[in-house]
Each structure stands twice: as C-alpha cells, then as structure tokens.
Write a protein that binds this ligand. Structure first.
Ligand SMILES: NC(=O)c1ccc[n+]([C@@H]2O[C@H](COP(=O)([O-])OP(=O)(O)OC[C@H]3O[C@@H](n4cnc5c(N)ncnc54)[C@H](OP(=O)(O)O)[C@@H]3O)[C@@H](O)[C@H]2O)c1
Length: 228
C-alpha cells in the first residue's frame, strides 16, 4: 500500500515510517529538515521511500508535497499527520500567563497544520482513502485541566477537524487518533509506552488490519473509541 507520513524526523513519525517500510509499503515522509535516521531509511529503501521537505504550517509547500506524493506513489491510500509541538513555556505556565506567541505557534502547527494537510491532499485522494491526524486524549469541553493549556486547546480543536471533514465530504474518511503517552522527546515525562508500540497500532489502522469506521472517528492507536 501507499502512505504519507507528515512529521517523520523522530518519535512516532519516524517509527511509523520505518515500520511501514519494513512491512513492504511505499512511503512519502514529510519533514521540515530530514534527520540522520530518515536518511538511513532512504539509503535502505531507495525505491520505496521519498523524503520531502514539509512544514505543515506552510500551505504552498504542502500543496507541492501533495502533488509530489501523488506522482511518486501513483495513488495514495492513507495520509497520517503526526507533526505536533508542545512548547517549553506551555509546560510551566497557566493559560492566563501564557506567551501568546507560543499559543499562536502551537495552534498553527497542531490545529491549522492538519487542516492544511487535508486541504492540500484532498484533490489527490481517491475514493476510500483515509486521513489520520494524531491528536491526543482529554478532548472534552467540560473536563478542564490546567497542564499544557496551549497544547490542550490545540488538540481539542485538531480532534474536531476530522469530524468536521467527515461531515463535509463522503468519499474520504478522516480520523483523529490518540497515540498513547509515548516515550519521545515530547512525552518522556509522562510516558507509558514506547513509540514503536503506538506505531504498530497505526500501521494496523492504516493498512486496514484493525478495522475502522468513520462513524467512530475519534479513536486510540488500537482502534478503540475515545471518549470526548
Ligand atoms: N508523546 C506523547 O506522549 C504524545 C501524547 C499524545 C499525543 N502526541 C502527539 O503525537 C504526535 C507525535 O508526537 P511525538 O511524541 O512523536 O513528538 P516528537 O518526538 O516531538 O516529534 C514531533 C514531530 O513533529 C514534527 N514537527 C513539528 N512541527 C512541525 C511542522 N511545522 N511541520 C512538520 N513537522 C513538524 C517534528 O519535526 P522536527 O524534528 O523538525 O521538530 C517531529 O518529527 C504529535 O502530534 C503529538 O502531539 C504525543
């Protein structure tokens, strides 16, 4: 099958790219700047991996990425937007103290990014394609914690992006997926699983081994429904 992973330099995105290649799939990996690990994969799978410069906040660039992905892959079965940020100030400040520049950046990457990805790729997606956006847990209007408030706001909105897109179009299915609390640069302090475990779940979601239905579009990496 043919997949696109946006945000593939490290963490979940890198593990997912590696596991898809190991399972014999073709992958376009998007990264702001490629990493040594991605370059190693490119050397190992020259026919099956294309690494493209892809900043999810840059609409013009993402439109080019979508076009180049379609040309390389022929057709696109799935797109997975993994890209996300949790900025330093957000780990220590309450919402009324937050740095507005950090809030704007967080919303730009985590919320606007998935919309730009969906908008850029939609013209290239065949009927039945699936688009996965990595969001998070704790997506509730009324359950309000204070930790990482900018990130929390961005992921609530990002989660709803998939629902609104499903209401907007019927030929492509959109999913928001909680990846678990992973031992990555972002999640190290609260980790419960390794990113490879989450990536294995995403591979099953993206290949159809774990069945999914747009009627239940907010799920975890095992395909189980998330509460909102
Ligand atoms: N870790 C957790 O426990 C946890 C829990 C819930 C949800 N998540 C979500 O899971 C996803 C993956 O997280 P992770 O833990 O693997 O984080 P990570 O190790 O920090 O990796 C984040 C990835 O996103 C990329 N990225 C950041 N901004 C980008 C942009 N503007 N355009 C394209 N790529 C961009 C980073 O690229 P660079 O290397 O260039 O920065 C990196 O490849 C994120 O969406 C995160 O919010 C994580």
């Amino acid at each position: 099958m043919k997949h696109v992973v946006i945000g593939a330099t490290k963490g979940l995105g890198l593990c997912l790219t590696r596991q898809l290649l190991e399972a014999g799939h073709q992958v376009v990996a998007g990264a702001i700047v490629s990493s040594a690990e991605l370059e190693e994969l490119k050397a190992k799978y020259p026919q099956d991996l294309l690494v493209l410069k892809a900043d999810v906040t840059d609409e013009e660039e993402m439109i080019s990425v979508a076009k180049a992905s379609a040309e390389f892959l022929g057709h696109i079965d799935t797109v997975c937007t993994v890209a996300g940020v949790l900025l330093d100030g957000d780990r220590v400040k309450l919402l009324h103290e937050c740095d507005i520049a950090e809030l704007r950046r967080t919303l730009d990457v985590n919320t606007v990014g998935p919309v730009i990805t969906a908008k850029s790729f939609y013209p290239y997606l065949p009927d039945g394609a699936k688009v996965f956006t990595v969001t998070s847990e704790g997506v509730s209007v009324f359950a309000c914690g204070t930790w990482v408030p900018c990130y929390g706001l961005s992921k609530i909105a990002a989660t709803k992006v998939s629902g609104i897109l499903n209401a907007s179009v019927s030929n492509v299915d959109f999913y928001s997926v909680h990846p678990g609390r992973m031992n990555t640069d972002m999640g190290r302090t609260t980790a419960q699983i390794e990113p490879d475990e989450a990536a294995a779940g995403f591979v099953k979601l993206m290949t159809g081994e774990t069945p999914v239905s747009r009627a239940c579009w907010y799920i975890d990496y095992k395909g189980d429904p998330m509460k909102a």
